[in-house]
Write a protein that binds this ligand. Structure first.
Ligand SMILES: *[C@@H]1O[C@H](CO)[C@@H](O)[C@H](O)[C@H]1NC(C)=O
Length: 146
């Protein structure tokens, strides 16, 4: 006769089923650490093909590096990222966050960002809301919201 299945035998089985399911249900990516720079206007033309009158009216826009641009298989145009400054006083308004809409790809921006090699180039308004605008780049944590 086969081994008897006591309730204890089901626990690893339940974990094996529940764990992947719980990972699937967390649709949002965990926050990641990277860097951001400031980018002065104009924000058109941009790689997303969004013209001046269709840019978000709050001015909180940004561009991403090649890794994020290519990550999902389609460009993240219109995606909203929550960007949090984590560098500390003197560079950041520490702990402040901003939600930016992606409208461009750093590689194709009209004006160069204040620092090369960053993950995000934020509009001067978005950058200024979380960082000292005089600082060329800051350390950030980011998370895709939608
Ligand atoms: C960003 O969006 C999230 C989700 O809608 C919201 O909870 C949060 O307050 C927003 N943050 C800012 C700084 O607007």
């Amino acid at each position: 006769m086969a081994k008897t299945l006591s309730p204890c035998n089901f626990i690893p089985l339940l974990i094996a089923i529940a764990l992947p399911l719980s990972l699937l249900s967390t649709a949002v990516d965990p926050p990641e650490v990277a860097s951001a720079a400031r980018c002065d206007p104009p924000y058109t033309p941009n790689a997303c093909g969004i013209d001046e009158e269709h840019l978000p009216s709050n001015g909180l826009v940004g561009a991403v590096d090649e890794e994020l641009w290519n990550k999902a298989g389609t460009p993240p145009c219109g995606a909203i990222f929550q960007v949090r400054c984590i560098e500390g006083p003197g560079a950041c308004r520490y702990g402040t966050t901003v939600n930016v809409t992606i409208t461009d790809r750093i590689q194709q921006m009209v004006s160069a960002p204040s620092s090369p090699g960053v993950r995000f180039a934020l509009s001067s308004k978005a950058y200024g809301s979380i960082a000292d605008p005089g600082k060329d780049s800051i350390k950030i944590q980011y998370q895709k919201l939608s």
